[in-house]
Design a protein around this ligand. Structure first.
Ligand code: ADP
Length: 240
């Protein structure tokens, strides 16, 4: 028993994502609604973790608090060494740009920019790479996700699966250690989805921490670990 507790304590210390006693409620006309209830979560660097749960389980709320888009009511969130529960909105936003890449279901690429520009813009926003290095780095990232031959096209000239590859390259622009993806394959056919999952697996192998929120059981099967949320709690209590 002691060994297990020590092991858990050690893994919490090494965790790149560590949430403890996190609560989040929303104001509703009927009074406060508790969307996250006492969430504990530890994820180690290089893990590929899937979070599943029915609609309304609290998945988006969890993503929003751990990416710093929204603030938890209480609890501790230590992410890549930063206590983001102590940060104000400005600090969270600056921190997010350098520490987390976010991939959305609907890609959210800018239609008037070509693929390279979509990525270099993310570098500009986070001030991470000097101007003279940006284009070369964008090309490397497009190469990494297998789409460099389309680099000069606008997003409208490539398929949905290809757009999601670009969105992943953009999320990697500032070289963050963590990638968070919200239903990244929700709009893609099976074969295209498998290509995206291969990219996530490779990124995890190269040391990135991947957290994917999904309804898709296939993603869960490919992830190293799957956690299930229900009514704002992890089934089984903790996720350490
Ligand atoms: P999921 O992503 O798993 O579908 P959400 O995190 O979106 O779940 O929502 C969790 C619960 O919180 C749901 O019951 C939802 O209705 C409620 N909720 C989410 N956002 C708000 C909000 N802005 N105001 C009130 N209730 C909300």
């Amino acid at each position: 028993m002691e060994a297990t507790e020590a092991g858990q304590a050690k893994s919490r210390e090494e965790a790149i994502i560590a949430l403890r006693e996190v609560y989040k409620s929303y104001h509703t006309p009927a009074g406060p609604f508790l969307a996250l209830r006492n969430i504990h979560l530890s994820i180690l660097p290089g893990e590929f973790v899937a979070i599943m749960g029915k609609s309304g389980a609290g998945k988006s709320t969890l993503v929003n608090v751990l990416t710093g888009i929204d603030q938890a009511d209480s609890g501790e969130l230590i992410i890549n060494g930063s206590p983001i529960h102590t940060f104000n909105e400005d600090q969270r936003s600056r921190w997010r740009g350098r520490n987390l890449g976010v991939v959305f279901q609907f890609f959210q690429l800018l239609p008037s920019l070509n693929l390279i520009e979509n990525i270099t813009m993310a570098m500009d926003l986070t001030n991470t790479f000097p101007a003279h290095e940006q284009k070369q780095r964008a090309l490397q990232l497009l190469e990494q996700v297998g789409i460099v031959e389309h680099a000069l096209k606008p997003p409208s000239k490539i398929s949905g699966g290809q757009q999601q590859r670009v969105a992943i390259a953009r999320a990697l622009a500032a070289d963050p250690p963590i990638l968070v993806a919200d239903e990244p394959t929700g709009n893609l056919d099976t074969k295209t989805r498998d290509g995206i999952l291969d990219i996530f697996s490779r990124l995890a192998e190269s040391g990135k921490t991947i957290l994917v929120v999904t309804h898709d059981k296939e993603i869960a099967a490919r992830a190293g670990r799957t956690l299930y949320l229900k009514d704002g709690k992890f089934i089984g209590g903790t996720a350490t």
